[in-house]
Design a protein around this ligand. Structure first.
Ligand code: COA
Length: 129
């Protein structure tokens, strides 16, 4: 089977970039995954996006293993990288623990606010009078 490159991979080829993927397999199943990407326009930085462990394999250290393997891969392949960024929801205890154990520290905090349709409707009705 031939796979066509996605628009993102075409963009990486055009501007210069790489996508890194660590997969831990258990026979024919994926047990854990960790991905990261490098942009040639910001060569000193790698952004790590997604880490996940399949439910039966959790709390056995696989997230730490997959993310540590990614750090080693980036170190070997891109020695110019000095900053490795990742995001972590404050509600995600296992990922906070994983990142803390690997040595990540807080750089910046972002907040997401939610507004329900009913509350918005009530506000707009009040604003209209
Ligand atoms: C987050 C996730 C990747 C962790 O995978 P894991 O293989 O279970 O992680 P590890 O076993 O390497 O480490 C988990 C750590 O969290 C701790 N932990 C587990 N549940 C916890 C909780 N509810 N609160 C705090 N810590 C918790 C474990 O004790 C362990 O601690 P340790 O580092 O002191 O040993 C996994 O839960 C997952 O795939 N979640 C869904 C996807 C996701 O949220 N990904 C992150 C955003 S990209």
């Amino acid at each position: 089977m031939r796979c066509l490159p996605s628009a993102w991979y075409r963009e990486l080829d055009t501007r210069g970039g790489e996508h890194y993927l660590i997969l831990l397999n258990a026979e024919d199943e994926v047990a854990a995954v960790c991905d990261a990407n490098w942009d040639a326009r910001v060569p000193e930085r790698v952004h790590q996006s997604f880490t996940a462990v399949a439910a039966p394999w959790r709390v056995q250290g696989l997230a730490k293993a997959a993310k540590a393997a990614m750090l080693l891969l980036v170190r070997a392949r891109r020695p110019e990288v000095t900053t490795f960024t990742t995001y972590n929801a404050q509600s995600n205890g296992p990922m906070l623990s994983t990142n803390h154990r690997l040595g990540f520290c807080l750089h910046r905090e972002e907040c997401t606010y939610q507004l329900g349709r009913d509350a918005l409707g009530a506000f707009l009705r009040r604003a209209a009078v």
